[in-house]
Design a protein around this ligand. Structure first.
Ligand SMILES: Cc1ncc(COP(=O)(O)O)c(C=O)c1O
Length: 354
């Protein structure tokens, strides 16, 4: 069963489809594509490939630090957020880690590199409408020593707001619980709900960010981890393979973080297209029950017996089947918010099927 979306090559092979013809709603990538400024930097960057990248990625870390108003010493730059997740999983000892269920699968994989025990906060029990008090209750009851939160959560799209995050942070500080927050999709929400502002308040706070979603560069691989915990950062750096980020990603990242206008335009576009999809998906009730989302994907329950993913594949549309996520007893799917013509193609295909 597919562990991730965006696996078009394999799906096309299994179903004997032309991957070029597939519209991929299974990976949550900005439909506006790569910003022009980033493309330009990439094209010009080819001449620099004759040199090794900076071993310490000083310019990249300075750009990340400036973007967030933090210090470069608080940044671990990585080959996609995925690398940072795995390096933290290898380095940070956590005895009992609380995970949302469902959530992005790689946290569990990453922390399985150590003798971590996992506990779960089941979201389906709340019909995916939970609040921070519910999460804290679960953490207390299960006596956890770490909490890993994906905010907004993948695949459900729910976002905890800053006031709730600060409550969670205070609880973690009071109880010496490590707090790991994955903000890979947080920049798609218009209001800033990041916890980066609290980085200096707690040395056991770790935040992942990804540049691959907003700037549409999953093929390039670039992300980072932010923390004020110098001990863990030093250990992660020490265990990292030299030159783990290539020159293109290094240069693209520096430019991407200057693209404030592009980020704003993307947030507005996503908001508009998400509302368009939500409005039209409502017509397919009760077959489809869509949950509120504050990011660039939508999560819905499907109440019919057939496999909607397979039915849509016959129309060259790939959506994410959520069967491989933990904690789901019913059938759910996740779709990316894409461009208007692509969203219309999905709705037209659903109209024919349902
Ligand atoms: C929640 C979440 N975090 C992190 C990642 C990894 O992102 P990256 O492409 O930066 O490695 C993904 C990828 O899908 C994700 O969904």
């Amino acid at each position: 069963m597919a562990k991730h979306g965006g696996n078009i090559q394999e799906i096309a092979e299994i179903h004997q489809l032309d991957p070029q013809k597939l519209i991929d709603f299974s990976a949550n990538i900005n439909p506006l594509g790569i910003p022009a400024g980033v493309k330009k930097v990439l094209q010009a960057g080819i001449e620099q490939l004759v040199h090794y990248p900076d071993l310490r990625y000083r310019d990249l870390k300075a750009a990340i630090a400036e973007f967030h108003g933090i210090r470069p010493e608080q940044v671990y730059a990585s080959n996609g957020a995925a690398e940072a997740i795995f390096m933290l999983g290898k380095t940070l000892p956590v005895n009992r880690l609380l995970l949302l269920a469902p959530t992005f699968v790689e946290y569990e994989e990453a922390f399985s590199q150590q003798a971590t025990e996992f506990c779960y906060f089941n979201l389906e029990k709340y019909d995916f409408q939970w609040n921070v008090a519910d999460l804290i209750q679960s953490a207390k009851r299960q006596k956890v020593t770490g909490i890993c939160l994906c905010n907004p959560n993948n695949p459900t799209g729910q976002l905890l707001r800053q006031d709730e995050l600060l409550q969670l942070l205070a609880f973690c500080q009071d109880n010496e619980i490590k707090l790991i927050v994955d903000e890979a999709f947080v920049d798609f929400s218009e209001e800033d709900q990041s916890l980066v502002g609290a980085l200096n308040d707690y040395s056991q706070l770790f935040i992942f960010r990804s540049l691959t979603k907003m700037f549409a560069i999953p093929g390039l691989r670039l992300g980072y981890l932010l923390t004020s915990n110098q001990e863990i950062l030093a250990e992660m750096e020490q265990q990292t393979v030299p030159w783990h980020i290539n020159t293109f990603a290094d240069l693209a990242g520096q430019q991407a973080l200057k693209e404030q206008e592009f980020i704003k335009e993307s947030q507005q576009y996503i908001k508009q297209e998400r509302a368009f999809l939500v409005e039209h998906l409502a017509k397919f009730a009760p077959a489809i029950k869509c949950y509120p989302s504050e990011t660039n994907y939508l999560f819905f329950r499907y109440t019919k017996e057939d496999c909607l993913q397979e039915r849509l594949l016959t129309k060259n549309i790939l959506i994410r089947n959520c069967d491989s996520f933990k904690g789901l007893s019913q059938r759910y799917y996740r779709i990316a918010v894409k461009s208007r013509p692509e969203n219309e193609a999905l709705l037209a295909a659903l109209e024919e099927i349902l």
